[in-house]
Design a protein around this ligand. Structure first.
Ligand SMILES: Nc1nc2c(ncn2[C@@H]2O[C@H](COP(=O)(O)OP(=O)(O)OP(=O)(O)O)[C@@H](O)[C@H]2O)c(=O)[nH]1
Length: 296
């Protein structure tokens, strides 16, 4: 686990880095609050932090308050290190958002066990986050999370005036697959579809599972024409690459796709965009399935 060490004193920083490595952490250094905040801007930042109290520019407690004021849902476990004595310092550190507090000069064993305790809490939080945001079968986003990420992507598209497309995909006659091959094979077929979808997307596209065999894909920076190209690649890949269940069982499938591009002029919301793509999906089903329909 990464450990962000924020301390202006190079000797303390070096000592902490060496210890962190010895204890199995991956240390990352910052010599002031501003450079720490830069590190924390990363989409996948370190979640365990050791912050020195007294630093030029911005103090440890001030930095804690800024980190706690973030509203992006990221969790950070913060350990404050200081030479200050007394309960008042502990209270001030923890009121500013620190989770734990260790006096300098610190006892190595005490610091080690408290960081280990912090890393257990970070791991627990990551597990909870995973359970709350991912679909357990496919590991793609669940509906609640995809809705939130979709709306963030739409806000960014509006800010930057870039196009955004959304697709709703549904496996055709999936009930028959369950009926013919059994529920476990149906589950494997769903996983196969998600794997095909993922193979045909860019890193920043978003995939969510909305129901049994219905998926939503958000394509930022993509207009209808490009989205159609992506949809066609996925449609063809599903049709021509059967799900291999075991040595004797291959399941042929097709998929129907409705797609819509965000209507920025009308200030369209995420829910409205989804409804248009979903309606296009219904049209694709009515027109005979295994096809793509683009919303007007
Ligand atoms: N194996 C498996 N099946 C699921 C899961 N969730 C939902 N289903 C099944 O998916 C099927 C969906 O069937 P329908 O909604 O009738 O749709 P369909 O048969 O795909 O027909 P069309 O969408 O009209 O082409 C139902 O039989 C559900 O029981 C799941 O997690 N695993």
């Amino acid at each position: 686990m990464e450990l962000l060490i924020i301390d202006d004193d190079p000797i303390t920083r070096m000592a902490l880095c060496a210890l962190a490595e010895e204890w199995g952490f991956v240390p990352i250094e910052a010599d002031n609050a501003q450079s720490a905040l830069k590190v924390l801007e990363d989409p996948d930042p370190p979640h365990l932090l050791v912050i020195d109290w007294s630093m030029p520019g911005m103090s440890g407690p001030e930095l804690c308050k800024i980190i706690r004021a973030r509203d992006d849902g990221q969790f950070f476990y913060i350990m404050m290190l200081t030479g200050r004595e007394g309960n008042e310092a502990i209270v001030e550190a923890m009121e500013s958002g620190a989770d734990d507090f260790v006096h300098k000069p610190f006892d190595y064993q005490v610091l080690k066990v408290r960081l280990k305790a912090g890393s257990r809490i970070v791991r627990l939080e990551q597990t909870l986050n995973q359970l709350a945001s991912r679909d357990p079968l496919t590991q793609c986003w669940n509906r609640r999370m995809l809705d939130e990420l979709r709306d963030n992507a739409i806000a960014e598209a509006k800010r930057k005036q870039t196009p955004l497309a959304l697709m709703v995909l549904d496996i055709d006659h999936f009930k028959a697959i369950n009926d013919n091959y059994g529920h476990p094979a149906g589950d494997a077929a769903i996983k196969h579809v998600v794997s095909v979808i993922n193979h045909n997307l860019r890193e920043y596209d978003l995939v969510g599972r909305f129901g049994g065999e219905e998926f939503v894909v958000v394509l930022p920076r993509t207009d209808t024409e490009s989205a159609w190209g992506v949809a066609e690649r996925i449609r063809a890949a599903i049709q021509f690459q059967p799900a291999i269940i075991d040595a004797d069982t291959k399941i042929d499938m097709t998929i129907s796709i409705g797609l819509a591009e965000l209507n920025q002029e009308e200030g369209e919301s995420g829910a409205e965009l989804f409804d248009r793509a979903d309606q296009a999906l219904l049209d694709a089903k009515h027109q005979g399935r295994n096809r793509i329909v683009s919303a007007p």
